[in-house]
Structure formats: C-alpha cells, structure tokens
Design a protein around this ligand. Structure first.
Ligand SMILES: Cc1ncc(COP(=O)(O)O)c(C=O)c1O
Length: 361
C-alpha cells in the first residue's frame, strides 16, 4: 500500500506546492564541499568568551525543560529597551517568532503581502498559517515598492511584512517612507517589520522604538542570529503591543527556546561594547568588499546588512556556480541576483581572486 498522502486542498495544496526550506542545500553526511560559506548571512566571528561560558553553563541543564516563557530573557530585553515585559515575545529564532505571529493573525484564505525577492522562509510560513502570499517585486534599486504594496491591500489582507535592511538586497526602508506608508495603510492590517539585520545599519539605533510608540499595528522582529552570532542556538524576539503578542504566545511550540539559548542571549545583551566593535569591523569589511566588487564591474547595490547583493539577472546562477566551484558558497536567486555574506578577510581575498580570474578568462 502506498504511503503517499492524498492530494490536498487549500492550505495542504499550498504546502504540497512548496519545497521544504532549503531542502536542496542539504549536504550528504560527511560532505564538506565549501571552504568558505558566504551563503547564510551568519557571523564569521567566534563566540565572545562570556557567551561561550554561558553556552557551557546552559549545557549542564539539558535534563530539564527550559522555562516555557523564557522569562529571564524577556525581562532582560524589557530592561534593555526600557519597555513593559508584555511587549516582548521570545521564540526559537525570529523565523519561529514570525511563524507564531502569522498563525495567530491569519485564518484560511487571508492575505499576507511581502516584497520579492525576500527571506526564503516567508512563503512557507505564510502557507503553513493557511494564508495566501502576495509577493510584490522590489524596485530596480532593490527597495520596497510601497505604493504597489498599498495598492494590493484588500479587506482580506491581515499582514504586510517589510524588511529593513532588506534580505537579499541590503536596502534600508527610510523612516519617512515608513511613516507615510503607515499613514495610508488601512487600520485592519498589521505590519511586521523584520529587522533581523538592524544592528549592521549604521543609520539605525536599535534601541529607538519610536515607531512602536507611534503605531500599535507595528511589530518589530529581531534576532540574536546575525549581529550577536547565535544562529546555531535559535533565539529571536518580537517587540509589539501586548494584545498582538498575547495571541502569538498561544501558537508557540512549548519549550522551544532552550535554556542554553536563553542564557547566551542574556549574556550577549550585556556585551554592547563588543557588539559595537564587531559591527564596525563588519561594516569596514562590507565597504571594502563592495568597492572591490564594484571595481570588477559587477555593480553591487549599496548594503546596510552583513551581505552584498549583485543584480546579475540571467547570469546569477552561472556566477554562483563559478565561485562555488572554487570553494565559496554564495546564494543565487535565479534570474535576479547573487547574495554574498560578509565573511572573513581571507574569504574575501579568495573570492576576489576568483572574480578577477573569471574576468581574464
Ligand atoms: C530577513 C530575515 N529574517 C529572519 C531570518 C531568520 O533568522 P532567525 O530565525 O535565525 O532569527 C533571516 C535569516 O536569514 C532573515 O534573513
């Protein structure tokens, strides 16, 4: 008897249509084809000593379930930002928090609008919530097309996801544009502003929460995965009005934030000086890499994140295959561009050698 599930309808049909998140990336056991992985926008730096010690401490508690509310981290974030604990929700990565939000905000057939291309997980998380995805192409400069997003809003629209710095282009959504957008947006729509990379943006002060104070429809989505370098521990958070988060708490998988992740995040928050140094270092590497790629005629877009987007159109996949053949993994968005994460100096040197060699051959 076949174990293949019967074709589905509605939400199930949508899930059938999509591939699992980066299934195609899974390496065979023991396979390590890449010397440098610049495909995931991870931190290239090792954990800070205090964070490594917190991870060790957390490991001593593995026989016990963690606090299901991640209460110590919620309190630490509330102190860090100077806001009520009811306005803080912690989850297993910001992707996990986004899933909780979508599950709690959308019903079957509701609509979610987002820019395209975007973080690959958005369409999947929207489908899992039973909602319909309405992707709106970015402008040629890699920015959100806010007038077009507004034009796509209907009575079924529950959520608009905006992202700044935007993955994959690195563009910043200026405050004035966001303010104008919110003024024109119908009241029934919640805006999730994905700020996974905000710490890399020199024009932003992550503790400035004015946008939240001005508009209770806005949810700020943040993570410890990128600037804080805790991608492997899975911990992110949302800052928003208490009623939005109260609902989203109910859609969590119980105990999904481990004690280790919670401890490491608390210690990370205390390391603001080290974080500032690391951000300055990453921005310098980004500036240098951008200039070098530009000098090779690749015309990368300016970026506020820890990655650089090269709009290569139909050459995107062949460019990615060429650098991957030389041991550097990057992310290609077929037909649109290639995203390269800011890595280490040796990784950049090697990448630039490969790019220069290609230019000569
Ligand atoms: C824009 C954006 N949002 C969210 C995430 C998810 O991050 P995490 O679940 O590790 O917090 C990513 C990861 O690459 C991302 O690029």
């Amino acid at each position: 008897m076949s174990s293949t599930p019967a074709p589905g309808f509605g939400r199930i049909a949508e899930i059938d249509r999509l591939s699992a998140y980066r299934q195609e990336d899974a390496a065979a056991e023991g396979e390590d084809r890449f010397v440098w992985d610049l495909s995931n926008n991870e931190s290239a730096l090792p954990p800070l000593p205090a964070v490594a010690e917190a991870v060790r401490q957390g490991g001593l508690h593995t026989a016990r379930y963690p606090d299901p509310t991640a209460g110590s981290l919620v309190r630490a974030l509330s102190r860090h930002f100077g806001i009520d604990t009811r306005k803080v929700l912690v989850g297993p990565g910001s992707a996990g928090v986004l899933q909780q939000l979508l599950l709690s905000l959308c019903g079957d057939g509701d609509e979610v609008i987002h820019a395209s291309p975007c973080f690959d997980a958005y369409p999947l998380l929207i489908a899992v919530a039973g909602a319909r995805c309405l992707p709106v192409p970015l402008t040629e400069l890699g920015d959100h097309d806010l007038p077009e997003i507004l034009a796509r809003v209907t009575p079924r629209t529950r959520v608009v996801i905006l992202c700044s710095p935007h993955n994959p282009t690195g563009s910043r959504l200026p405050d004035t544009d966001l303010r104008g957008f919110l003024a024109d947006l119908p009241r029934h729509v919640t805006v999730v502003l994905d700020e996974a990379y905000i710490e890399f943006d020199e024009a932003k002060e992550p503790r400035d929460l004015n946008v939240l104070r001005r508009d209770p429809r806005v949810v700020l989505l943040r993570t410890f995965s990128k600037a804080y370098g805790l991608a492997g521990l899975r911990v992110g958070y949302a800052l928003a009005a208490p009623d939005i988060l109260e609902r989203a708490r109910k859609t969590a998988i119980p105990f999904s934030v481990t004690r280790t992740a919670e401890l490491a995040a608390i210690v990370s928050l205390e390391q603001q000086e080290a974080l500032a140094e690391r951000m300055a270092h990453t921005r310098k590497l980004r500036t240098d890499l951008h200039a070098a790629l530009d000098a090779e005629g690749l015309s990368p877009l300016p970026s506020c994140g820890n990655f650089i987007w090269i709009p290569l159109g139909s050459s995107s996949e062949s460019f990615a295959a060429m650098v991957q053949g030389a041991g550097i993994k990057v992310r290609a968005c077929p037909g649109q561009g290639v995203r390269i994460s800011v890595g280490s100096e040796p990784a950049h040197r090697h990448l630039l050698e490969v790019v220069r060699h290609r230019a000569k051959s």
